[in-house]
Design a binder for this molecule. Structure first.
Ligand SMILES: [Zn+2]
Length: 456
């Protein structure tokens, strides 16, 4: 007798799909049962004709709790995660105070846990100011480290202490310190001097705000930064992940580095695969992110690289702001903060692409869950196999639904104006975390605080 059997679904993993029933005891998957078995359970869920995929492990989330509850709280952000099929978020270290010491990491875990609906891992920041704290952050449970290669925006310097390293000579020490912990080092790779040069060139440019932003951050800024990271990482045998890469050349550089034995991986955010420069032109600050949305031809190249297996993970880069903060960017886009919501649309974007024949469901499982869990050392996550946490989504890959920001769980759902009224194909019926349903297709069904802190 099992606690739960999910019956009748096709189970999708990174390596294939199988028509098996999933038996669960407590938090974990107990067995995969071949059709025709006569096992019983206290609860049997009929999922006939539906698909089961591993719950998403999102490597790139900014909820910022407890710093800015007006933008998002851990409760609203992790509700959005559950509704989007994300069962583990990796929360970035930007907050106030920034997460640059072990004490701050532990304090943050304690602060956010009571309002988590899904499991969460926490990044630590790594910069020239906190070199002595990096080992301690790893010991305290930081899942990975994050460093920005460009300088913080004016007025936000205090948020980036111990996580920005625009100077090359500093970066060498920062990468070496993280490499010594054995943890993965995530980099926002845009070169500061290249950005300054491009920004100066675009000053006074006669174009819509969105196109000014696009021109101010060219892909060359990424390529220069990625080359620097790879040069240093090779010397100290670091494990590096370049986050939200948009430059096809950078992705090829990472693939070449892997072919030469380095542990260098590429994360792509889903918005770069479905939105382009025209979205930025039309929606201005609401479609502003760093690096910027790229021309349609670049989007096509990114898809090609995904299809060739040169992208490792898809991370949402969920980044909530107030509508008023973005609205202010219509006058001068350089002043508004970069970032879009993403937790509730990431799987939808990937499932719609699968429906359109651009990618297989197996690759979606690998890119959104399995590979991320492996790279970040979350050994109980990412696979639907006995012994793993029973984290999964039950989906209908052919069912359509329409994005309506009035129904989003994130406070920032309305910022995704470009998706308002968009029909996605592939609907989440249920999300389960550690053997318990947390989302039933309409509302959050887990108790507040059900989510746990997970460490590598
Ligand atoms: Zn980010």
């Amino acid at each position: 007798m099992f606690d739960v059997i999910i019956a009748g679904a096709t189970v999708v993993s990174g390596s294939g799909r199988r028509r098996v029933d999933v038996a669960i005891n407590g938090d974990t998957i107990a067995e995969l049962l071949e059709p025709g078995h006569n096992a019983t359970a206290l609860t049997t869920v009929d999922a006939a004709g539906l698909f089961l995929m591993p719950g998403l492990v999102d490597t790139h989330v900014h909820l910022r709790d407890p710093a800015r509850p007006d933008r998002e709280t851990f409760a609203t952000g992790t509700s959005a995660a559950a509704a989007g099929g994300v069962t583990t978020i990796c929360e970035m270290p930007t907050s106030e105070p920034p997460i640059n010491t072990a004490a701050r990491l532990l304090a943050r875990a304690e602060t956010v846990a009571p309002s988590a609906y899904v499991d969460f891992a926490l990044y630590g920041g790594a910069g020239p100011e906190n070199l002595a704290d990096i080992a301690g952050l790893a010991e305290a449970g930081a899942v990975a480290f994050k460093t920005w290669l460009h300088a913080p925006a004016k007025g936000r310097e205090h948020e980036f202490i111990g996580m920005a390293s625009p100077r090359e000579e500093d970066l060498e020490h920062v990468i070496a310190a993280v490499a010594a912990t054995g943890r993965r080092h995530a980099m926002h790779a845009e070169d500061q001097s290249c950005l300054e040069h491009s920004l100066a060139q675009t000053r006074g440019m006669k174009a819509t705000a969105g196109l000014v932003h696009a021109a101010s951050r060219p892909t060359e800024a990424e390529d220069i930064a990625v080359a620097r990271v790879l040069r240093i990482a090779k010397e100290v045998d670091a494990k590096v992940q370049i986050v939200h890469v948009t430059s096809p050349k950078s992705i090829r550089m990472l693939a070449d580095a892997r072919a030469n034995g380095m542990d260098a991986t590429a994360e792509v955010a889903p918005h770069y695969l479905v939105l382009d420069e025209q979205t930025l032109k039309q929606y201005g600050p609401f479609a502003k992110c760093n690096p910027p949305l790229r021309p349609e031809s670049t989007v096509e190249q990114l898809w090609h690289l995904v299809q060739q297996g040169n992208v490792d993970v898809i991370g949402s880069d969920h980044c909530p702001y107030l509508e008023s903060e973005l609205e202010a960017g219509h006058a001068d886009i350089s002043t508004s903060p970069p970032g879009m919501p993403g937790l509730e649309t990431m799987l939808a974007i990937m499932l719609s692409a699968a429906h359109a024949g651009r990618i297989s469901l197996e690759d979606v499982a690998r890119l959104t869950s399995e590979r991320a869990a492996e790279l970040f050392g979350l050994s109980s996550k990412g696979k639907l196999l006995p012994g793993f946490d029973a984290d999964f989504v039950i989906i209908d890959p052919t069912e359509e639904w329409t994005y309506n920001s009035e129904k989003t769980f994130s406070k920032a759902g309305a910022n995704a104006r470009y998706f308002e009224g968009t029909t996605f194909t592939g609907k989440i019926h249920e999300t389960w975390l550690r053997g318990t349903q947390v989302y039933n297709g309409e509302s959050i069904t887990a108790p507040l605080g059900y989510g746990r802190w997970v460490r590598p």
